[in-house]
Design a binder for this molecule. Structure first.
Ligand code: HEC
Length: 476
């Protein structure tokens, strides 16, 4: 009796009747991806809040505080590890969730609202997955900030203001970190958690795309309701949300979280790069869930890349928002939507391929292990010849062409405008000028290899403007 009153007093009764003990059409286990995302989000909140107890968001202490969490605190490494791995898995699951609903047509009437709220969640989670690793304030973080600033800089009209807004001042510094902290810890989670609540509320109200809806074309929202209700209340095609659905989707959520947990246990948290250095350029590297994107950018001609930076996410956002209004077809489900099934398969293949390309190359998506050619008839010294090979080994040719051969991220090195001496060249490679998007090779190259590469670049100054393909020196 008391129990029942308590349930009433705390408003649990309508929840129990309308949410827990409601009939839903039979739910296959893989529809647990939503429950999985919700679970992972909760894990992120718990581990994240735990870390804020020790994290310091001042640029001169942030890095040390992360190291402290990792190396000194009891189980700190595990908390950081879980936070990191479940973040990565969350991004993957989220993309799969979106793909699944593209194939199903999960955004169709009456679920347009569920989808639109979901689109915002999608971009908020990506923002979280990006701002999170900036907080480590290591080299990777500083580089990542550079990339996002570059992106904002290319936004038409308001680019410079956006950069100021993100940076918090004229340069990347302590204020920048404070802003990323605030965005990662307060602003985005607040919206995200609110929207997740809204999304789930809509899921309860409209349900999720059922098998019955996939069997026959459903023309209107009204018809959908009828089909859905029939299946939910049928003896064999329906089930009780609690405990049947909860059990199935909960099992999936638990299994996926267990993966994140076990990987964290086995591998530990993400390695830290050397502390972020605001004076020198650092090695461009991003977290693995952005590899494909970085490789994609690297494939584009330099003239298009800066536009693409901005255009791609904006187009994606607008496209996703408009989708329910553009695709008004009546069919739902894998079999009835061959176009979308093909599209999703294509996306998955492209993403995996781009990711693979990125793993093959230190900086760009287009690894090129062939050294640049020397002109026919030109004999270069032994030193310069070994420099030519090292030029490819150290990835110089993933950015620099020699006499019009190779990629054009940086200038063609057979024509350096301001002639450089051997020493100047060496110093430049070790510490490129601050505003040049070239990685510093300090500590990454032996003095001897550096000499050889400089020898080769100097010899290349005597090369003709263009080497014909026939002049290509064959390898080995
Ligand atoms: C990630 C791409 C990237 C890589 C990798 C890279 N560079 Fe650069 N490098 C650049 C860019 C971009 C510039 C300068 C563009 C500018 O000055 O506007 C540059 C400039 C230079 C310059 C000065 C050229 C001039 O005209 O002033 C030299 C010399 C140079 N790089 C040598 C190298 C060598 C040698 C390597 C390999 C050890 C290398 N770079 C690797 C991107 C790269």
């Amino acid at each position: 009796m008391l129990k029942k009153t308590a349930a009433e007093r705390f408003g649990f009764v309508p929840f129990r009747e309308n949410v827990l003990y409601r009939r839903v059409p039979e739910t296959p286990w893989y529809q647990g991806d939503g429950a999985t995302l919700t679970t992972l989000l909760m894990i992120q909140v718990i581990t994240g809040i735990t870390m804020t107890l020790y994290y310091t968001n001042a640029a001169d202490h942030a890095y040390d505080s992360v190291r402290h969490i990792t190396h000194q605190l009891t189980l700190g490494w595990l908390i950081r590890g879980i936070h990191y791995w479940s973040a990565g898995i969350m991004v993957v699951m989220l993309v799969l969730h979106v793909f699944r609903h593209l194939v199903l047509g999960g955004y169709k009437a009456p679920r347009e609202g569920t989808w639109i709220v979901g689109v915002f969640q999608f971009f908020l989670v990506l923002t979280m997955s990006f701002t999170g690793y900036v907080l480590r304030w290591d080299e990777r973080a500083v580089y990542a900030v550079g990339v996002v600033l570059n992106m904002f800089h290319n936004v038409p009209f308001i680019g410079d203001e956006l950069v100021l807004l993100v940076q918090g001042g004229p340069q990347i510094g302590s204020l920048t970190l404070t802003r990323f902290f605030s965005v990662h810890i307060w602003i985005v989670p607040l919206f995200l958690i609110g929207l997740v609540g809204f999304h789930l509320y809509l899921v309860v109200i409209h349900g999720v795309t059922s098998r019955a809806e996939q069997k026959h074309p459903v023309r209107t929202a009204k018809e959908q309701k009828k089909v859905y209700k029939e299946a939910a209340h049928s003896e064999e095609r329906g089930e009780w949300f609690h405990p049947r659905t909860v059990l199935k989707t909960g099992t999936m959520a638990f299994a996926v979280f267990s993966i994140a947990f076990l990987v964290a246990l086995a591998v530990g948290p993400r390695e830290m790069f050397p502390e972020g250095n605001l004076i020198q350029q650092s090695m461009p590297r991003e977290e693995w869930w952005f590899w494909w994107y970085s490789a994609l950018i690297a494939q584009l001609p330099p003239a298009i890349a800066p536009i693409f930076y901005v255009a791609f996410p904006s187009t994606l956002f607008i496209g996703m928002m408009l989708l329910p209004f553009v695709d008004r077809g009546v069919n739902r489900g894998l079999r009835k939507r061959p176009f979308w099934t093909g599209f999703v398969v294509l996306c998955v293949v492209v993403i995996i391929y781009l990711t693979y390309l990125r793993t093959k190359s230190p900086w760009t998506g287009w690894p090129d292990s062939t050294p640049p050619p020397t002109p026919i008839g030109v004999v270069i010294s032994e030193e310069a010849e070994s420099g030519r090979r090292l030029f490819a080994r150290y990835g110089c040719n993933s950015c620099h062409a020699i006499a019009s051969h190779g990629r054009r991220v940086g200038p063609d090195l057979a024509r350096i405008e301001h002639r450089m001496s051997q020493t100047e060249l060496r110093n430049f490679i070790l510490n490129p000028t601050e505003d040049v998007p070239m990685p510093s090779y300090q500590g990454r190259i032996s003095a001897e290899d550096l000499d050889r590469i400089a020898d080769f670049v100097l010899v290349a100054q005597t090369f003709p403007r263009e080497i014909t393909v026939t002049g290509k020196v064959t390898e080995r």
